[in-house]
Structures are given as C-alpha cells and as structure tokens.
Design a protein. Structure first.
Length: 194
C-alpha cells in the first residue's frame, strides 16, 4: 500500500514538474521525423496481463517490425533526436502515466514483450507477480545492454541465452528482499547510472 501511494504521489509530482520537458521533447520528436510523438507497445505486466507502455518515439515508424531489440548505440532505426533522448533515458518519461494509472511502478522488473515472456520458465514467471517498473536492479547492471548486443554475431540469441536469464535472476533475487527503502535506493542508483 505504501509503495502504491509513493508511486501515485511521485508520478503525479513528476508529471507536473516535468511538463515543460514533455512539451520540448514532443516538439523535437514531432518536428524532426515523421510519425507520432509517442510510441506505444504491448508489454506484459503484473499477473501476466498485457498493457500498453508509453514512450517518446525515438525510432523511425514501424522500426519494431524488423527486430524487438535495439543493437548498439547507433542503430540505424534510431532518429537523431531519438539518439539523444535514449542516451539520457528521456524517452522513458511518458511511463510516468503508466505508473500513475497503476500499470507500472517506479521500481520493479522491466516489462518485456510477450514474445520473450513466453520463453520464461516457471521460476522466471514469478517476476510477473508484481507491477513492472521504470527501473530495476537488472537495468542498472545492464545499462550497456545495447553495446553488448552490438558485439555479438547473433544479438537476438545472445539476449535470449545470456542477458534475459541473468536479468531475470537479478530481479528474482531483488524481489525476495525489496522494501520501499530499497526501491528508493534503486531510483537513486538509476540516476547515478544515467
């Protein structure tokens, strides 16, 4: 209950305080590339239910039709403004709406697309027992994930065989000991990592 109250209060606060930044980013995205300002994608949330995740659009329209993962810092599908907002995680700001309405939390396992969730084993599915988050310990550990994938001959398979299982392991360990205080610590670690 305290966690949900924290999420509501601080997502509302964040939306109010950062509204000027939303306007600037929306204009930059909308004026420099074709397509909408926001990117919407179905992700898997709490209790294995799908929800729509919001981001500022950082890639060309229909970029996700080719691949679900981003490879390297200079993926050709990323727009010029998209590169900047991704580098500083500004594309994630619209997820404050997801937190406010209860689809997400500030801290929790990052929500994955159904394609990858369908590969989870019974133990790994336990990450779906809580609201997914904007950040989590695995995101901090793998903040250079795109660069790691860029170095692989088969990035998709490397993600499935190495990165995804390790991220799930990290988050399952975190879920066993998480508290509101540990969540706040993860939020600060995320800011430092950025």
């Amino acid at each position: 209950m305290a966690k949900r109250l924290f999420d509501i209060v601080f997502s509302l606060f964040g939306l109010l305080i950062l509204s000027w930044m939303f306007v600037i980013i929306a204009l930059a995205v909308g004026l420099t590339s074709k397509g909408g300002v926001f990117y919407r994608q179905k992700r898997v949330g709490r209790n294995n239910k799908d929800f729509v995740l919001y981001k500022f659009r950082s890639m060309c329209v229909n970029a996700d039709k080719g691949s679900l993962i981003t490879i390297g810092g200079r993926d050709s599908r990323i727009t010029k403004v998209g590169y900047f907002i991704r580098k500083f995680k500004l594309d994630e700001l619209p997820q404050l709406f997801n937190v406010l309405i209860g689809d997400m939390s500030f801290v929790g396992p990052r929500p994955e697309v159904r394609y990858y969730v369908d590969m989870y084993n019974e133990e790994q599915l336990k990450v779906l027992s809580v609201r997914p988050g904007i950040t989590d310990p695995a995101s901090i550990a793998y903040r250079n994930e795109n660069e790691l994938l860029e170095q692989q001959q088969n990035p998709k398979q490397y993600y499935i065989d190495v990165i995804m299982p390790d991220k799930l392991r990290i988050n399952l360990e975190y879920l066993q000991r998480r508290t509101l205080i540990s969540d706040i610590k993860v939020i600060f670690q995320t800011f430092l990592a950025i």
